[in-house]
Design a protein around this ligand. Sequence first.
Ligand SMILES: [Zn+2]
Length: 61
Amino acid sequence: MTPRMTDEQWEAQNGSLSPDQARARGLCWFCNGNGVLYTAFGGIQRTVPCRECPGDGKAQQ
Ligand SMILES: [Zn+2]
């Protein structure tokens, strides 16, 4: 059985980089290089495609 993550743990996957830190690493500032955003509400945990990059998580020009 897969251990279930709390909503907080799920959203923590977004990473903790600030936009400036992400940019300095060549990562998309919006998704921290994940290509997706992790969102959870009331135990419903979803991933949403990043709207700032094509999903590769790289910094855009
Ligand atoms: Zn992105």
